[in-house]
Design a protein around this ligand. Structure first.
Ligand SMILES: Cc1cc2nc3c(=O)[nH]c(=O)nc-3n(C[C@H](O)[C@H](O)[C@H](O)COP(=O)(O)OP(=O)(O)OC[C@H]3O[C@@H](n4cnc5c(N)ncnc54)[C@H](O)[C@@H]3O)c2cc1C
Length: 428
């Protein structure tokens, strides 16, 4: 089949790829938006779009799809004690998240990108195509070729683009695996649950029960595995026990009948570490770039903001798009990701330490005193937070985190990758 050439090939039409394609197409670029799935497609997710994701929709004048607004969140500690994390309006983001099933949310973003002029292709990016040592496009599963001046890898945690361009150091990546199902139950407040498999032996992740539209609950479990992807199966094994635990806590009315409805799992690539986000004519966004929050697993907003940033780098500085994009990511995410990635790497594999942190953060007095700042800090909302006591707590947590993690291997990786640009030898 004859090859087709575009200004930009966007591989993956999740939130990251669709926002990138929309911004590029609105500016008049010729964009191919490729996905291996036929839309609408489901995606394993808690279905919460965070405040910064809603801000992107607002900025780009994209209508919010039907869903449910969500504010405060409850954290249940290992002892069963509960702390409510309040949700505040920031100066640069709204004080709410929104629950929208991913099948509908992703389809609406992709439709918006196509309306803006991006051209849809269905197929798997299979074999990389090269031109003068630069990735120039892909041979698709159906034998056709797509080539472009830039390739944006928005193809999720196990990104083929990142792998083809040699941008992932597998042994350094902070992998996680999470699995969810949908249950018919109204949920008053979203809850995240930390628990211990035996006393002082914490599960290396957390579970959640989130409200969804129409009195449904999205319930799931996520596990951190560091570089060991075999360990991801632990989340699937743990799900039935977690549902029992929710019944015991009074957060679920009854034990669901097996098989669990619409159970679906997926990988999370967290904390940026181990992935070089851009080089030459390739830019990675969202999960492909490993932008998922290493403390609480959020990644939709990061996919949307990075998709937009990658598109703007290509439009504004085509001669040095990779460097511009990398610098922007560093400004936006490094203050948070370098310390939380280091913290995550240190804690996974130390169940007693995880239990101690969980118990401390939900202890009487301590938990309630820290709740406001905790909500800002762990949702990566410090930049743009409204002034006040909660912001001061989040700022102090950031300084403390920086001091504690400065000499870790993970922190050194960030220095080498983001503060020594010579390593990005391929220039642009
Ligand atoms: C169980 C679970 C719960 C989660 N809960 C939340 C939550 O509540 N809130 C939140 O913010 N984040 C959550 N996350 C993370 C969130 O799902 C991701 O961060 C987000 O989907 C990233 O968007 P993306 O556009 O980078 O990638 P994706 O949404 O993964 O989209 C990638 C797209 O690329 C396509 N693709 C992949 N490979 C190829 C290929 N070779 N060729 C062509 N197309 C390809 C796929 O079909 C897919 O459509 C959760 C993750 C999991 C697993």
């Amino acid at each position: 089949m004859s090859p087709r050439r575009f200004d930009v090939l966007v591989v993956g039409a999740g939130p990251g790829g669709s926002i990138a394609a929309l911004v590029l197409a609105r500016a008049g670029a010729q964009v191919a938006l490729l996905d291996k799935a036929r839309f609408p497609r489901d995606k394993a997710c808690g279905d919460f779009i965070g405040p910064r994701g809603l801000k992107v929709l607002d900025d780009l004048r994209i209508a919010e799809p039907p869903g449910l607004d969500v504010g405060d969140m409850v954290v249940v500690g290992p002892t069963g004690r509960r702390v409510t994390l309040p949700c505040f309006d920031g100066e640069s983001y709204p004080g709410r998240a929104r629950a929208v099933p991913r099948a509908a949310f992703d389809d609406s973003l992709r439709s918006a990108a196509l309306e803006a002029g991006a051209i849809a292709f269905e197929g798997r990016a299979d074999r990389p195509l090269w031109s003068d040592a630069d990735l120039d496009g892909f041979l698709l599963s159906d034998g056709s070729e797509l080539r472009a001046d830039f390739v944006i890898g928005a193809d999720g945690a196990t990104s083929r683009v990142a792998q083809s361009a040699g941008l992932v150091e597998g042994s350094r990546v902070l992998w996680g695996f999470a699995v969810r199902c949908y249950l018919d139950q109204a949920v008053a407040l979203p809850a995240i649950t930390l628990w211990e498999e035996t006393r002082w032996h914490a599960f290396p992740g957390y579970g959640w029960i989130f409200p969804g539209p129409g009195a449904t609950a999205n319930v799931g479990v996520g596990i951190g595995t560091l570089a060991d992807r075999q360990a991801g199966a632990g989340a699937v094994r743990m799900l039935p026990a977690f549902l029992e635990h929710l019944v015991h806590l009074g957060l679920l009315d009854r034990t669901p009948v097996l098989p669990l409805p619409r159970r679906l799992g997926g990988w999370l690539k967290m904390g940026m570490v181990g992935t070089t986000p851009a080089a030459g004519r390739v830019l990675l966004v969202g999960d492909a770039a490993g932008l998922v929050n290493p403390l609480q697993g959020e990644g939709i907003a990061q996919a949307m903001t990075s998709g937009r940033a990658a598109a703007e780098a290509v439009l504004v500085s085509p001669g040095r798009a990779a460097a511009c994009y990398r610098d922007g990511l560093a400004r936006t995410h490094l203050p948070y990701q370098r310390i939380t990635a280091a913290g995550h790497a240190a804690l996974v594999g130390r169940p007693r330490a995880v239990a101690a942190v969980g118990r401390l953060l939900t202890a009487p007095v301590v938990g309630d005193a820290l709740a406001g700042g905790w909500g800002i800090f762990w949702n990566e909302l410090l930049d743009g937070a409204a002034p006040g006591a909660a912001r001061r707590v989040a700022t102090a947590s950031t300084w403390l985190g920086r001091a504690v993690t400065a000499r870790t291997d993970v922190s050194r990786w960030f220095t080498d990758t983001y503060e020594r640009p010579a390593l990005f030898g391929r220039g642009r």
